[in-house]
Design a protein around this ligand. Sequence first.
Ligand SMILES: Nc1ncnc2c1ncn2[C@@H]1O[C@H](COP(=O)(O)OP(=O)(O)O)[C@@H](O)[C@H]1O
Ligand SMILES: [Mg+2]
Length: 437
Amino acid sequence: MIRLLGRTSELETLERAVRQACEGSLALLQVEAETGLGKTRLLDELAAGLAGVRVGRATCSALEQHLPYVPLAAALRDALQGIELDSRQLRPLRRILPELSLSDPPQQFAEVDALEALVGLVAEQAPLVLLLDDLHWADPHTLAALSYLQRRGAGIPAAVVTAIRSEQAPPDRRVRRMRPELVVRLQPLSPAEVAPLGIPGLHDLTGGNPRFVLEAIANGNRPELSAAFSEMLLAQCRTEGALAYRLLLAVSTLVQPFEPEPLAIMLQVDLAKVVDELERLCERGILRIDGPGFRFRYQLLRGVLLANLSPARQRMLSQRLRAPDELDERRSALSIGAAPLNERGRPARMFEHGPAAGQTATWSSSPAAAGPVVPLTERELEVLHLVAAGKRNRDIADELYVTRDTIKKHVTHILDKLGAASRTQATARAYEIGLVG
Ligand SMILES: Nc1ncnc2c1ncn2[C@@H]1O[C@H](COP(=O)(O)OP(=O)(O)O)[C@@H](O)[C@H]1O
Ligand SMILES: [Mg+2]
């Protein structure tokens, strides 16, 4: 384990909130981030700094999701180690901690009695902090119990700190109905935060993802990944599906950022399908939007994919890109105007010349400014309609079942494409060119 990089303000915010809750009323606090950004590490650091407070910790597991209360029970056991409990008083708690009052005859208690007993126990043992990692895997009973604790927590000096992985918690998941008092969202580390490791190019390679940073420096000062870690990354890409994997292999050969059009040609796949898939890969945190195109979120993943290309595939892909004849042919088949090729043999700026017959992407054009013609994807058009209807990002995200961040990206993209500085301007422009109305 390397020393903690960055995260000073996140840790301070969490510590302050925990201390405040431990002097007042129970609070539910949450750390949210993608895999590898350091949620578990932040909980480690938080726990280490909480001297003098009783702390119980557990991790939820996908394999135990059907078992009621398992993570909550584990955290309670951890917190209450070595404490003699009055088992008779806590009888209803057997639903949560089955080892209590084993000698008593079995007796049925209502669930709410168990939850009331839980509130009683927490109050009695307070100040108490429960840390629940990977809450996206928690069983519904644990989530209900946390929510109940939060409801009944007035005047109980305690805190529950949870961590959830963004990719595993889409908006329609039950865990998203929790209403934490505080959410700390972790971002990748900045170049300055990675700099103390003194390895040139490390931030570019890893995108500031601590898991990647650690893997990259595991073999000393020259960033290099172990074969096992590369294999795992490839396996993760394969689980995205056959088309996604083919796309990812192909885009690893392109100059970044790349545009979807050459890809559609390279892979001989419908452009709309390519764009949909690229957008999905952005939502999965593998790619990200960059200007009018896309790029790998993590340079390191691109390297792993590139290294895994068979020479035959590499040859085939580069030939398809370099063959202007074939490009021209396919372009005219799509009835799209020819675009100039740059020195790499790629179209320097593709598809500037108007909507193509049969294209499913919607194209905007500015007759007045005669600026570049930029396609809006179907998704962006959907978002644009909702923006034009005056909806806020939060409402749009709920309506389309995606995260607010995704909507934010779509909106940025739409503004860029429409050359608009604000939502109002984008709406006006959309009416003007007939995209909505
Ligand atoms: N800020 C940090 N500084 C140094 N190492 C970190 C940092 N954040 C995470 N790590 C390390 O990176 C790896 C992945 O972090 P982890 O906390 O397991 O991520 P997550 O729980 O979000 O998937 C772990 O080995 C962890 O110790
Ligand atoms: Mg973790």
